[in-house]
Design a protein around this ligand. Structure first.
Ligand code: ZN
Ligand code: ZN
Length: 397
């Protein structure tokens, strides 16, 4: 058996130095030029065939096994977030206002470590490994689609045709040593919405001459919360969050317009349908009642991530033999977070697993997307070892 855990431990200085370098030089979605350049350089140095510019800034490496077999795609996301870092770490971001606050620096470093380990085993591999370094997981960033869809549009699933996928996320809501490999849904589907209300502006002291879009917006915000509490069954899940309100300029003027944006999260297609129908009824109904004109845009960001039973079973077996001392969690650890790997897993059977990365003693336990987010780098070892082992085992099934 391949001892990927031992190898990942030996490679840890390499993994850690890459991770810290990516952390100091974070890049937003579709701008991962430096990051992608390092990925390509490292893969090429190993002699791995590299294709650049797949999905704008995405990079793909292909390891062809000596024997024929299926093609597995391993996906690692590379993008950072528009957040100003406040960790005080020695490897803190040098790119002001941009931060790796989700752990994708770790994912990219894990990917390059996995590439090393699997490339060294290529003579024994029966099948191919496609290493997929994906841009812009966190959003569309001005493009018409995110990184996962854009890579599929550029043919990442073809030549050779991908049979199965594996992907992971370091997970800071759980401690180092926690691993979750689940079947079925693991991440919610997400939509974004934009509500534009137009009323009639006027003097703040003469509301009777105006149509106040702020009052309409306030009622819409409150009423939207009744969808989860009154329209969706108590044991089903959904989230509606209004995350921005823009209206008005000064204290004595009732503004002409108000704009609300936010997100909707659901797992179940039937729940999604009800939520979207009620959402539109409430927004249009209240706007009309209050005399406002409304423009409503609802856009699907990602479908839910659904893990395939057989692929997950294989990964679970690998995780149990790799970490005999850990009780691998198999209950779906369902989060309302969104993840664009859902698009790829709609097309190809896959497993998306999670690796705990928090450490309370070291204060490395802030949530993803928090300005103080940082994780215990020991998780890079577990992540790389599990990904490489799971890939080799899956090629055998
Ligand atoms: Zn994130
Ligand atoms: Zn993430």
């Amino acid at each position: 058996m391949n001892d990927f855990l031992k190898q990942a431990e030996e490679l840890f200085p390499y993994t850690q130095s890459l991770r810290r370098d990516f952390h100091m030089h974070p890049e937003l979605g579709f701008r991962e030029v430096r990051t992608g350049g390092i990925v390509a350089r490292e893969l090429e140095a190993l002699g791995i065939e590299v294709t650049k510019g797949v999905g704008k800034t995405g990079v793909v490496g292909l390891i062809e096994g000596a024997k024929p077999g299926p093609t597995l795609l391993l996906r690692f996301d590379m993008d950072a977030l528009p957040i100003t870092e406040d960790t005080g770490a020695e490897y803190t971001s040098l790119n002001n206002g941009v931060m790796h606050a989700c752990g994708h620096d770790g994912h990219t470093a894990i990917g390059l470590t996995v590439a090393r380990m699997l490339h060294s085993q290529r003579d024994e591999l029966a099948g191919n490994i496609k290493l997929c370094f994906q841009p812009s997981e966190e959003g569309l960033n001005g493009e018409e689609m995110g990184g996962n869809l854009m890579m599929m549009r550029d043919g990442v699933l073809d030549g050779p045709k991908v049979d199965k996928t594996l992907s992971l996320h370091l997970w800071n809501d759980k401690p180092l040593g926690w691993i979750n490999v689940a079947k079925g849904p693991v991440m919610a589907g997400a939509e974004l919405f934009i509500i534009k209300l137009t009323g009639k502006g006027g003097h703040g002291a003469a509301p009777e001459t105006t149509i106040d879009p702020i009052v309409a917006a306030a009622q819409i915000i409150t009423a939207l919360q009744t969808i989860a509490s009154r329209n969706v069954a108590p044991l089903k899940s959904s989230v509606i969050s209004v995350t921005s309100i823009h209206s008005g300029t000064t204290f004595n003027v009732i503004p002409q317009t108000a704009e609300l944006t936010g997100t909707i999260r659901t797992f179940d297609p039937a729940v999604r349908k009800v939520v979207l129908e009620r959402f539109e009824q409430i927004v249009r109904g209240i706007a009309e009642t209050m005399g406002c004109r409304v423009e409503l845009e609802i856009k699907r960001v990602t479908p839910p991530v659904i893990n395939n039973d057989e692929v997950s079973e294989s990964v679970l077996k690998t995780a149990r033999s790799l970490f005999p001392q850990i009780e691998v969690e198999t209950e779906p650890y369902i989060t309302m977070g969104a993840e664009d790997m859902g698009f790829m897993q709609e097309k190809v059977d896959g497993c998306y697993f999670m690796v705990g990365s928090a450490n309370d003693e070291k204060n490395l336990n802030y949530n993803h997307h928090h300005p103080k987010f940082d994780f215990d780098e020991q998780a890079l070892i577990s992540g790389a070892a599990l990904m490489a082992s799971a890939a080799v085992d899956l090629l055998k099934t």
